[in-house]
Design a binder for this molecule. Structure first.
Ligand code: AMP
Ligand code: FE
Ligand code: FE
Ligand code: ZN
Length: 283
C-alpha cells in the first residue's frame, strides 16, 4: 500500500485541479492520497468524484496555517473532520480573508521595485482559491522577475524579506483543538523544516500533543537527517504517530507524488481516531 498524506491542488497553491491531482496520484501508483489544501476544503467534492472513478482512496484533509505568539509559522494537517463545524469554519474563513489583504500589501510593496500588479496575482489563482505567496511568486515568474517559485521564495517572498507581511492565523494549539472538536485528526506538518523560517521548540509540540495532536510528519523532503530524527525521537517520546508525504504542489514545486509515504497501520489509526461524519472515500 502506497499512501501519501499531504498534497495541494489549485484550490490553494497547487497547479492542478483536485480531479487532475487525484488522477495523477493514481498514475503515480498510489493506493491512497490525502488532499490537504491550505485553509480550505473547497477541493474535496471534486477529488472524491475523481477518486471513485480512478479507483484510489481519498483522505479528505486540510493544512491549517497557524502562528505561535512569537511569530513562528506552524502548519497543522487535519484529516477526516466535519468541514461545516462552525468554530473551525470561522477560523478558516478569517485566515483566508486575511490572506487577501496581506497579499495585496505585499504586492504594493513589491510594486515599488518590480513590475507586478494585483491583477497579475489574481491571474495566477483559480476561482475561490486560498491566496498565498506562491501566487505572487507565479506572477513574478510570469513578469520575468524571477525564473521560478523557488527563486522567489529564496529572496523576495521569504519570511525575512522586507516585502513580507504576515496574515491572521490561529495558534497551533487552538488549531489542534478546533480540528479535534470537528471530529478530525491533527498531524503537525514538516515540524522542523528550518529553511522555511524559525521552527518551534519541543514544548510547543508537547502543548499541541496535550491538546490532542495525533502525529508528526517526520518523513518530508524539507527535513534534513537531524530534523527527521528529531521528529522521530519526539514522536516516540510523546507517543505520537509518524507520517510521511510528498507535499506535492503540481509544477509549483519539485516535490513528486509518493516521494515519502505513510504506513498503512498509521492511516488505520488516523481513521480510528476520527469521529466526524467524514470518512475515507474508498474505490
Ligand atoms: P503563505 O501560506 O502564503 O505564507 O505561503 C507559504 C507557502 O509557500 C507554503 O505552503 C509552500 O507551499 C510555499 N513555499 C514555501 N517555500 C517555497 C519554496 N521554496 N518554493 C516554492 N514554494 C514554497
Ligand atoms: Fe503550499
Ligand atoms: Fe506546509
Ligand atoms: Zn503543504
Amino acid at each position: 500500500m502506497r499512501i501519501d498524506l499531504h498534497t495541494h491542488s489549485f484550490a490553494s497553491d497547487g497547479t492542478e485541479s483536485p480531479g487532475d491531482l487525484v488522477r495523477a496520484a493514481a498514475t503515480a501508483g498510489l493506493d491512497a492520497v490525502a488532499l490537504t489544501d491550505h485553509d480550505t476544503t473547497q477541493g474535496w467534492a471534486e477529488a472524491a468524484r475523481a477518486a471513485r472513478e480512478a479507483g484510489i482512496a481519498l483522505v479528505p484533509g486540510i493544512e491549517v496555517s497557524t502562528r505561535t505568539d512569537d511569530g513562528i509559522s506552524v502548519h497543522v494537517l487535519g484529516y477526516l473532520f466535519d468541514p461545516a463545524e462552525p468554530a473551525l469554519l470561522a477560523e478558516l474563513d478569517a485566515s483566508r480573508e486575511s490572506r487577501v489583504g496581506r497579499a495585496r500589501t505585499m504586492v504594493d510593496r513589491l510594486a515599488q521595485d518590480y513590475p507586478i500588479t494585483w491583477d497579475d496575482v489574481l491571474a495566477q489563482a483559480s476561482e475561490g482559491a486560498t491566496i498565498g505567496r506562491p501566487h505572487i511568486a507565479d506572477a513574478l515568474v510570469a513578469n520575468g522577475v524571477v525564473p521560478d517559485r523557488s527563486a522567489a521564495f529564496a529572496d523576495l517572498l521569504h519570511s525575512r524579506s522586507r516585502y513580507h507581511v504576515p496574515h491572521y492565523a490561529p495558534h497551533p494549539v487552538e488549531a489542534v483543538r478546533l480540528l479535534r472538536r470537528a471530529g478530525g485528526v491533527a498531524v503537525m506538518a514538516h515540524p522542523f523544516a528550518a529553511q522555511r523560517g524559525r521552527v518551534v521548540a519541543d514544548p510547543v509540540v508537547e502543548e499541541m500533543a496535550a491538546a490532542g495532536l495525533a502525529g508528526l510528519e517526520a518523513n518530508h523532503r524539507d527535513h534534513d537527517e537531524p530534523a527527521r530524527s528529531h521528529a522521530l525521537d519526539l514522536a516516540n517520546r510523546l507517543g505520537l504517530l509518524v507520517t510521511g508525504s510528498s507535499d506535492y504542489h503540481g509544477t509549483g514545486k519539485p516535490n513528486r507524488l509518493g516521494e515519502n509515504l505513510t504506513e498503512p497501520a498509521v492511516l488505520e489509526q488516523i481513521e480510528a481516531l476520527a469521529s466526524s461524519g467524514t470518512s475515507i472515500v474508498r474505490p
